[in-house]
Design a protein around this ligand. Structure first.
Ligand SMILES: NCCC[C@H](NC(=O)CCC(=O)O)C(=O)O
Length: 446
Protein backbone atom coordinates (compact mmCIF):
# COMPACT_ATOMS: atom_id res chain seq x y z
CA UNK A 1 0.00 0.00 0.00
CA UNK A 2 1.30 3.45 -0.89
CA UNK A 3 1.66 5.62 2.19
CA UNK A 4 0.83 9.30 2.05
CA UNK A 5 4.04 11.25 1.92
CA UNK A 6 5.26 14.78 1.38
CA UNK A 7 8.46 16.33 0.18
CA UNK A 8 9.92 18.43 2.97
CA UNK A 9 12.60 20.99 2.17
CA UNK A 10 15.33 21.63 4.71
CA UNK A 11 17.05 24.90 3.98
CA UNK A 12 20.45 25.79 5.32
CA UNK A 13 20.34 28.86 7.48
CA UNK A 14 23.14 31.10 6.20
CA UNK A 15 25.94 31.36 8.74
CA UNK A 16 27.26 34.56 10.35
CA UNK A 17 30.58 34.38 8.44
CA UNK A 18 29.05 34.39 4.94
CA UNK A 19 31.75 35.88 2.72
CA UNK A 20 33.13 35.90 -0.81
CA UNK A 21 36.50 34.15 -0.86
CA UNK A 22 36.55 32.71 -4.39
CA UNK A 23 37.11 29.22 -3.03
CA UNK A 24 35.38 27.19 -5.71
CA UNK A 25 37.36 26.81 -8.90
CA UNK A 26 34.86 25.70 -11.55
CA UNK A 27 32.02 27.68 -9.95
CA UNK A 28 31.88 30.83 -12.04
CA UNK A 29 30.01 33.05 -9.56
CA UNK A 30 32.31 32.17 -6.67
CA UNK A 31 35.36 33.12 -8.65
CA UNK A 32 33.96 36.29 -10.14
CA UNK A 33 32.84 37.78 -6.81
CA UNK A 34 36.06 37.07 -4.95
CA UNK A 35 36.90 39.78 -2.39
CA UNK A 36 33.54 41.55 -2.65
CA UNK A 37 32.15 42.50 0.73
CA UNK A 38 29.31 40.18 1.73
CA UNK A 39 26.32 40.94 3.92
CA UNK A 40 25.68 37.92 6.18
CA UNK A 41 22.63 39.48 7.78
CA UNK A 42 20.96 40.14 4.46
CA UNK A 43 21.94 36.68 3.22
CA UNK A 44 20.35 34.96 6.20
CA UNK A 45 17.22 37.09 5.96
CA UNK A 46 16.88 36.37 2.23
CA UNK A 47 17.09 32.67 2.99
CA UNK A 48 14.54 32.92 5.77
CA UNK A 49 12.19 34.90 3.53
CA UNK A 50 12.34 32.14 0.92
CA UNK A 51 11.58 29.52 3.55
CA UNK A 52 8.70 31.58 4.91
CA UNK A 53 7.09 32.12 1.52
CA UNK A 54 7.14 28.41 0.81
CA UNK A 55 5.95 27.48 4.29
CA UNK A 56 3.07 29.94 3.86
CA UNK A 57 2.12 28.07 0.70
CA UNK A 58 1.73 24.91 2.73
CA UNK A 59 5.05 23.24 1.94
CA UNK A 60 6.76 21.48 4.81
CA UNK A 61 9.81 23.61 5.44
CA UNK A 62 12.64 22.71 7.78
CA UNK A 63 15.80 24.48 8.88
CA UNK A 64 19.33 23.11 9.06
CA UNK A 65 21.82 24.99 11.22
CA UNK A 66 24.98 26.75 10.04
CA UNK A 67 28.37 25.46 11.16
CA UNK A 68 30.90 26.85 13.58
CA UNK A 69 33.30 29.08 11.62
CA UNK A 70 36.13 29.88 11.64
CA UNK A 71 36.74 26.25 12.53
CA UNK A 72 39.53 26.21 15.09
CA UNK A 73 39.77 22.40 15.39
CA UNK A 74 40.76 22.25 11.71
CA UNK A 75 43.45 24.88 12.22
CA UNK A 76 44.82 23.02 15.24
CA UNK A 77 44.84 19.78 13.26
CA UNK A 78 46.96 21.63 10.72
CA UNK A 79 49.52 22.61 13.32
CA UNK A 80 48.46 26.02 14.61
CA UNK A 81 48.99 26.31 18.35
CA UNK A 82 48.39 28.71 21.19
CA UNK A 83 45.18 30.25 22.41
CA UNK A 84 42.40 31.01 19.98
CA UNK A 85 43.49 34.60 19.41
CA UNK A 86 47.02 33.43 18.65
CA UNK A 87 45.82 30.75 16.25
CA UNK A 88 43.67 33.24 14.36
CA UNK A 89 46.33 35.90 14.11
CA UNK A 90 48.95 33.36 12.99
CA UNK A 91 46.79 31.94 10.23
CA UNK A 92 45.68 35.40 9.12
CA UNK A 93 49.31 36.48 8.85
CA UNK A 94 50.80 33.37 7.27
CA UNK A 95 47.96 31.85 5.28
CA UNK A 96 44.89 34.06 4.70
CA UNK A 97 43.57 31.63 2.09
CA UNK A 98 43.42 28.93 4.75
CA UNK A 99 41.64 31.28 7.12
CA UNK A 100 39.06 31.94 4.41
CA UNK A 101 38.62 28.21 3.83
CA UNK A 102 37.93 27.44 7.50
CA UNK A 103 35.61 30.45 7.71
CA UNK A 104 33.30 29.72 4.78
CA UNK A 105 29.57 29.59 5.47
CA UNK A 106 29.29 27.03 2.66
CA UNK A 107 27.24 24.63 4.80
CA UNK A 108 24.29 26.86 3.84
CA UNK A 109 24.03 24.97 0.53
CA UNK A 110 22.27 21.96 1.96
CA UNK A 111 21.66 20.40 -1.44
CA UNK A 112 25.26 19.33 -0.82
CA UNK A 113 24.70 18.29 2.79
CA UNK A 114 23.69 14.71 2.07
CA UNK A 115 21.97 12.26 -0.22
CA UNK A 116 18.61 11.12 1.06
CA UNK A 117 16.66 8.11 -0.17
CA UNK A 118 13.00 7.89 0.84
CA UNK A 119 11.76 4.75 2.57
CA UNK A 120 9.60 3.77 -0.41
CA UNK A 121 12.77 3.11 -2.42
CA UNK A 122 15.05 1.40 0.08
CA UNK A 123 15.46 -2.29 0.90
CA UNK A 124 14.72 -1.94 4.62
CA UNK A 125 11.97 0.65 4.11
CA UNK A 126 13.77 3.26 6.17
CA UNK A 127 14.86 6.72 5.04
CA UNK A 128 18.61 6.58 4.38
CA UNK A 129 20.88 9.59 4.78
CA UNK A 130 24.57 9.91 3.87
CA UNK A 131 26.39 13.21 4.43
CA UNK A 132 28.42 14.21 1.39
CA UNK A 133 32.19 14.15 1.86
CA UNK A 134 32.54 17.19 -0.44
CA UNK A 135 36.14 16.14 -0.91
CA UNK A 136 36.63 18.23 -4.06
CA UNK A 137 37.01 21.47 -2.09
CA UNK A 138 38.91 21.71 1.16
CA UNK A 139 36.57 24.32 2.63
CA UNK A 140 33.63 22.00 2.08
CA UNK A 141 35.37 18.77 3.06
CA UNK A 142 35.20 19.88 6.71
CA UNK A 143 31.39 20.01 6.71
CA UNK A 144 30.29 16.38 6.86
CA UNK A 145 30.92 15.60 10.54
CA UNK A 146 28.75 18.39 11.88
CA UNK A 147 26.24 17.82 9.09
CA UNK A 148 25.95 14.21 10.24
CA UNK A 149 25.42 15.31 13.84
CA UNK A 150 22.73 17.78 12.83
CA UNK A 151 20.92 15.19 10.72
CA UNK A 152 21.04 12.69 13.58
CA UNK A 153 19.66 15.30 15.95
CA UNK A 154 16.71 15.85 13.61
CA UNK A 155 16.08 12.40 12.15
CA UNK A 156 16.85 10.54 15.34
CA UNK A 157 14.37 7.68 15.43
CA UNK A 158 16.21 4.59 14.23
CA UNK A 159 12.97 2.82 13.42
CA UNK A 160 12.57 5.23 10.53
CA UNK A 161 15.98 6.69 9.76
CA UNK A 162 19.32 5.08 8.87
CA UNK A 163 22.43 7.25 8.97
CA UNK A 164 25.66 6.44 7.16
CA UNK A 165 29.08 8.03 7.45
CA UNK A 166 30.39 10.08 4.58
CA UNK A 167 32.33 8.13 1.94
CA UNK A 168 36.15 8.06 2.15
CA UNK A 169 37.39 11.62 1.65
CA UNK A 170 39.43 11.18 -1.51
CA UNK A 171 38.77 12.36 -5.04
CA UNK A 172 37.95 8.83 -6.27
CA UNK A 173 34.90 8.87 -3.99
CA UNK A 174 34.08 12.56 -4.37
CA UNK A 175 30.45 12.97 -3.38
CA UNK A 176 28.45 16.21 -3.51
CA UNK A 177 25.17 14.90 -2.18
CA UNK A 178 21.70 15.70 -3.41
CA UNK A 179 22.91 18.28 -5.92
CA UNK A 180 23.71 15.31 -8.15
CA UNK A 181 20.72 13.20 -7.14
CA UNK A 182 17.16 13.58 -8.41
CA UNK A 183 14.22 11.42 -7.49
CA UNK A 184 11.40 10.86 -9.96
CA UNK A 185 8.16 9.20 -8.94
CA UNK A 186 4.39 9.17 -9.14
CA UNK A 187 3.07 9.83 -5.64
CA UNK A 188 5.86 10.77 -3.24
CA UNK A 189 4.98 7.76 -1.11
CA UNK A 190 5.21 5.32 -4.03
CA UNK A 191 8.49 3.67 -5.06
CA UNK A 192 10.47 5.98 -7.32
CA UNK A 193 13.66 6.07 -9.33
CA UNK A 194 16.72 7.91 -8.13
CA UNK A 195 18.88 9.48 -10.80
CA UNK A 196 22.53 9.74 -9.78
CA UNK A 197 24.50 12.07 -12.03
CA UNK A 198 28.29 11.88 -11.88
CA UNK A 199 31.01 13.93 -13.50
CA UNK A 200 33.67 11.31 -13.96
CA UNK A 201 34.61 7.67 -13.53
CA UNK A 202 37.52 7.57 -11.11
CA UNK A 203 38.95 4.17 -11.89
CA UNK A 204 38.72 4.35 -15.67
CA UNK A 205 41.25 6.60 -17.35
CA UNK A 206 39.67 5.99 -20.75
CA UNK A 207 36.25 7.37 -19.75
CA UNK A 208 35.24 10.88 -20.83
CA UNK A 209 36.02 13.65 -18.35
CA UNK A 210 36.06 17.44 -18.29
CA UNK A 211 39.35 19.09 -19.19
CA UNK A 212 39.05 22.58 -17.79
CA UNK A 213 37.22 22.30 -14.49
CA UNK A 214 37.16 19.43 -11.98
CA UNK A 215 34.40 16.82 -11.87
CA UNK A 216 33.38 16.76 -8.25
CA UNK A 217 31.25 13.59 -8.24
CA UNK A 218 32.41 10.16 -9.32
CA UNK A 219 30.43 7.17 -10.54
CA UNK A 220 32.13 5.13 -7.84
CA UNK A 221 30.76 7.45 -5.16
CA UNK A 222 27.25 7.41 -6.61
CA UNK A 223 27.24 3.62 -6.76
CA UNK A 224 28.45 3.40 -3.17
CA UNK A 225 25.63 5.66 -1.98
CA UNK A 226 23.06 3.55 -3.84
CA UNK A 227 24.49 0.39 -2.23
CA UNK A 228 24.52 1.91 1.24
CA UNK A 229 20.92 3.02 0.83
CA UNK A 230 19.78 -0.39 -0.33
CA UNK A 231 18.60 0.72 -3.76
CA UNK A 232 18.23 -2.05 -6.29
CA UNK A 233 18.67 -1.54 -10.00
CA UNK A 234 14.91 -0.87 -10.23
CA UNK A 235 15.35 2.25 -8.15
CA UNK A 236 18.62 3.68 -9.39
CA UNK A 237 19.89 5.14 -12.65
CA UNK A 238 23.47 6.35 -13.09
CA UNK A 239 24.17 8.94 -15.75
CA UNK A 240 27.24 10.89 -16.69
CA UNK A 241 27.04 14.63 -16.78
CA UNK A 242 28.17 16.16 -20.04
CA UNK A 243 31.88 17.00 -19.49
CA UNK A 244 31.45 20.06 -21.72
CA UNK A 245 28.82 21.34 -19.31
CA UNK A 246 31.20 21.02 -16.37
CA UNK A 247 33.76 22.93 -18.41
CA UNK A 248 31.13 25.62 -19.01
CA UNK A 249 30.70 26.13 -15.25
CA UNK A 250 28.08 23.49 -14.41
CA UNK A 251 29.88 22.20 -11.33
CA UNK A 252 26.84 20.28 -10.05
CA UNK A 253 24.03 18.68 -12.02
CA UNK A 254 21.52 20.91 -10.22
CA UNK A 255 22.91 23.85 -12.18
CA UNK A 256 21.51 22.29 -15.37
CA UNK A 257 18.60 20.01 -14.39
CA UNK A 258 15.91 19.70 -11.76
CA UNK A 259 13.22 17.09 -11.31
CA UNK A 260 10.10 16.57 -9.26
CA UNK A 261 7.42 13.92 -9.38
CA UNK A 262 7.23 12.71 -12.97
CA UNK A 263 8.88 15.82 -14.41
CA UNK A 264 12.49 16.24 -15.43
CA UNK A 265 13.34 19.80 -16.45
CA UNK A 266 16.76 19.92 -18.08
CA UNK A 267 19.00 21.52 -20.64
CA UNK A 268 19.85 19.55 -23.77
CA UNK A 269 23.54 19.70 -22.84
CA UNK A 270 23.05 18.30 -19.33
CA UNK A 271 23.83 14.66 -19.96
CA UNK A 272 26.48 12.86 -21.98
CA UNK A 273 23.92 10.30 -23.22
CA UNK A 274 20.61 12.12 -23.08
CA UNK A 275 18.36 9.55 -24.75
CA UNK A 276 19.80 6.71 -22.67
CA UNK A 277 19.00 8.64 -19.49
CA UNK A 278 15.39 9.08 -20.58
CA UNK A 279 15.09 5.41 -21.57
CA UNK A 280 16.55 4.22 -18.25
CA UNK A 281 14.15 6.43 -16.31
CA UNK A 282 11.11 5.42 -18.35
CA UNK A 283 11.89 1.72 -17.92
CA UNK A 284 11.82 2.10 -14.17
CA UNK A 285 8.92 4.51 -13.78
CA UNK A 286 6.23 1.88 -13.88
CA UNK A 287 2.74 3.25 -14.33
CA UNK A 288 4.03 6.81 -14.46
CA UNK A 289 4.66 8.80 -17.61
CA UNK A 290 7.92 10.75 -17.56
CA UNK A 291 7.34 14.38 -18.48
CA UNK A 292 10.67 15.49 -19.94
CA UNK A 293 10.86 19.26 -20.33
CA UNK A 294 13.92 19.81 -22.47
CA UNK A 295 15.42 23.24 -23.01
CA UNK A 296 17.49 23.62 -26.14
CA UNK A 297 20.63 25.71 -26.55
CA UNK A 298 18.74 27.80 -29.08
CA UNK A 299 16.21 28.70 -26.43
CA UNK A 300 18.73 29.18 -23.63
CA UNK A 301 22.47 29.04 -24.37
CA UNK A 302 24.35 27.13 -21.69
CA UNK A 303 26.19 30.29 -20.62
CA UNK A 304 22.82 31.92 -19.89
CA UNK A 305 21.72 28.86 -17.93
CA UNK A 306 24.85 29.23 -15.81
CA UNK A 307 24.60 32.97 -15.28
CA UNK A 308 20.86 32.94 -14.52
CA UNK A 309 20.74 29.64 -12.60
CA UNK A 310 17.49 28.79 -14.38
CA UNK A 311 17.82 25.11 -13.50
CA UNK A 312 18.84 25.78 -9.91
CA UNK A 313 15.21 26.50 -9.23
CA UNK A 314 12.98 24.56 -6.91
CA UNK A 315 10.39 22.51 -8.73
CA UNK A 316 7.49 21.97 -6.37
CA UNK A 317 4.18 20.16 -6.63
CA UNK A 318 1.26 22.56 -6.46
CA UNK A 319 -2.51 22.20 -6.46
CA UNK A 320 -2.81 22.67 -10.21
CA UNK A 321 0.56 21.52 -11.51
CA UNK A 322 4.09 22.49 -10.59
CA UNK A 323 5.68 25.67 -9.35
CA UNK A 324 9.16 26.67 -10.50
CA UNK A 325 10.77 28.87 -7.84
CA UNK A 326 13.48 30.74 -9.74
CA UNK A 327 16.22 33.12 -8.60
CA UNK A 328 15.76 36.79 -9.49
CA UNK A 329 18.71 36.58 -11.90
CA UNK A 330 16.44 34.62 -14.29
CA UNK A 331 14.55 37.83 -15.05
CA UNK A 332 17.81 39.66 -15.78
CA UNK A 333 18.95 37.34 -18.58
CA UNK A 334 16.89 37.99 -21.71
CA UNK A 335 16.84 34.47 -23.18
CA UNK A 336 15.84 32.97 -19.85
CA UNK A 337 13.16 35.52 -19.09
CA UNK A 338 11.67 34.96 -22.55
CA UNK A 339 11.82 31.21 -22.07
CA UNK A 340 10.02 31.39 -18.72
CA UNK A 341 7.17 33.36 -20.27
CA UNK A 342 6.63 30.68 -22.90
CA UNK A 343 7.10 27.83 -20.40
CA UNK A 344 4.00 28.56 -18.35
CA UNK A 345 1.93 29.06 -21.50
CA UNK A 346 3.10 25.82 -23.07
CA UNK A 347 0.54 23.61 -21.38
CA UNK A 348 3.28 21.43 -19.88
CA UNK A 349 3.68 20.22 -16.31
CA UNK A 350 5.21 23.49 -15.05
CA UNK A 351 2.29 25.81 -14.48
CA UNK A 352 3.72 28.69 -12.47
CA UNK A 353 6.98 30.59 -12.08
CA UNK A 354 7.85 32.68 -9.05
CA UNK A 355 10.91 34.78 -8.39
CA UNK A 356 12.92 34.56 -5.17
CA UNK A 357 15.68 36.96 -4.18
CA UNK A 358 18.67 35.01 -2.86
CA UNK A 359 21.28 37.30 -4.36
CA UNK A 360 23.77 37.05 -1.49
CA UNK A 361 23.94 33.29 -1.96
CA UNK A 362 23.82 33.52 -5.75
CA UNK A 363 27.03 35.53 -5.74
CA UNK A 364 28.75 32.43 -4.41
CA UNK A 365 27.02 30.17 -6.93
CA UNK A 366 24.11 28.98 -4.80
CA UNK A 367 20.54 29.42 -6.05
CA UNK A 368 17.21 28.43 -4.49
CA UNK A 369 17.79 24.73 -5.14
CA UNK A 370 21.29 24.76 -3.63
CA UNK A 371 19.88 26.13 -0.42
CA UNK A 372 17.59 23.19 0.27
CA UNK A 373 17.82 19.49 1.01
CA UNK A 374 14.76 17.52 -0.04
CA UNK A 375 13.51 14.80 2.25
CA UNK A 376 10.44 12.79 1.30
CA UNK A 377 8.68 11.70 4.48
CA UNK A 378 5.55 9.68 5.04
CA UNK A 379 3.20 10.69 7.84
CA UNK A 380 4.83 8.46 10.47
CA UNK A 381 8.29 9.69 9.55
CA UNK A 382 7.25 13.33 9.55
CA UNK A 383 5.80 12.89 13.01
CA UNK A 384 9.00 11.20 14.20
CA UNK A 385 11.41 14.02 13.35
CA UNK A 386 12.48 16.78 15.70
CA UNK A 387 9.56 19.21 15.29
CA UNK A 388 11.57 22.22 16.51
CA UNK A 389 13.24 22.61 13.13
CA UNK A 390 9.98 22.93 11.19
CA UNK A 391 9.41 26.53 10.15
CA UNK A 392 6.27 27.95 11.72
CA UNK A 393 5.37 31.63 11.95
CA UNK A 394 6.75 31.62 15.48
CA UNK A 395 10.05 30.02 14.47
CA UNK A 396 10.38 32.42 11.55
CA UNK A 397 9.91 35.39 13.89
CA UNK A 398 12.35 33.94 16.39
CA UNK A 399 15.04 33.25 13.79
CA UNK A 400 14.61 36.71 12.27
CA UNK A 401 15.15 38.32 15.67
CA UNK A 402 18.10 35.97 16.24
CA UNK A 403 19.73 36.93 12.93
CA UNK A 404 19.26 40.64 13.57
CA UNK A 405 20.77 40.30 17.03
CA UNK A 406 23.85 38.33 16.03
CA UNK A 407 24.77 38.93 12.40
CA UNK A 408 26.96 41.64 10.92
CA UNK A 409 25.91 43.47 7.79
CA UNK A 410 29.38 43.44 6.21
CA UNK A 411 31.99 40.72 5.96
CA UNK A 412 35.27 41.20 4.17
CA UNK A 413 38.27 38.86 4.07
CA UNK A 414 39.99 41.02 6.71
CA UNK A 415 37.07 40.65 9.10
CA UNK A 416 37.59 36.89 9.30
CA UNK A 417 40.66 37.33 11.53
CA UNK A 418 38.76 39.34 14.12
CA UNK A 419 38.77 37.27 17.35
CA UNK A 420 35.49 38.96 18.29
CA UNK A 421 33.89 37.27 15.31
CA UNK A 422 34.57 33.80 16.68
CA UNK A 423 32.96 34.74 19.99
CA UNK A 424 29.96 36.24 18.23
CA UNK A 425 29.48 33.12 16.14
CA UNK A 426 29.68 30.75 19.09
CA UNK A 427 27.29 32.81 21.16
CA UNK A 428 24.82 32.86 18.27
CA UNK A 429 25.11 29.14 17.56
CA UNK A 430 24.75 28.21 21.20
CA UNK A 431 21.47 30.09 21.25
CA UNK A 432 20.43 28.52 17.95
CA UNK A 433 20.89 24.92 19.10
CA UNK A 434 18.59 25.76 22.01
CA UNK A 435 15.99 27.34 19.69
CA UNK A 436 16.08 24.34 17.37
CA UNK A 437 16.32 21.79 20.18
CA UNK A 438 19.37 20.13 18.67
CA UNK A 439 21.41 19.50 21.81
CA UNK A 440 25.18 19.79 21.40
CA UNK A 441 26.32 19.41 17.81
CA UNK A 442 29.25 21.83 17.55
CA UNK A 443 32.83 21.10 18.57
CA UNK A 444 32.85 24.09 20.88
CA UNK A 445 29.87 22.61 22.71
CA UNK A 446 31.58 19.29 23.38
N1 LIG B 1 25.40 24.17 -4.43
C1 LIG B 1 26.05 25.42 -4.46
C2 LIG B 1 27.40 25.34 -3.88
C3 LIG B 1 28.17 26.60 -3.97
C4 LIG B 1 29.49 26.50 -3.30
N2 LIG B 1 30.19 27.77 -3.33
C5 LIG B 1 31.23 28.02 -2.53
O1 LIG B 1 31.65 27.21 -1.73
C6 LIG B 1 31.90 29.38 -2.68
C7 LIG B 1 32.51 29.89 -1.42
C8 LIG B 1 33.40 31.07 -1.67
O2 LIG B 1 33.97 31.18 -2.74
O3 LIG B 1 33.55 31.89 -0.73
C9 LIG B 1 30.35 25.43 -3.98
O4 LIG B 1 30.98 25.72 -4.99
O5 LIG B 1 30.34 24.28 -3.51
Amino acid sequence: MVKRAVEANFDGLVGPTHNYAGLSWGNVASRSNVNSVANPREAALQGLAKMKRLADRGYVQGVLPPHERPHLPTLRALGFTGNEGQVLSAVARTDPALLAAVSSASAMWTANAATVSPSADTADQRVHLTPANLSAKFHRSIEHRVTGRALKAIFSDERYFAHHSALPSVSQFGDEGAANHTRLCGDYGAPGVELFVYGQEAFNDAAPAPVRFPARQTLEASRAIARLHGLTDRHAVFAQQNPAAIDAGVFHNDVIAVGNGNCLFYHEQAFLHESQVLTDLRERLTGVELAAVRVSSDQVPIADAVSSYLFNSQLLASADGMLLAVPGECREVASVSRYLDTLVQSGGPITAVEVFDVKQSMRNGGGPACLRLRVVLNEDELRAINQNVILTDALYERLTVWVKAHYRDAMSQQDLADPMLLDEVRKALDELTAILGLGSIYDFQM
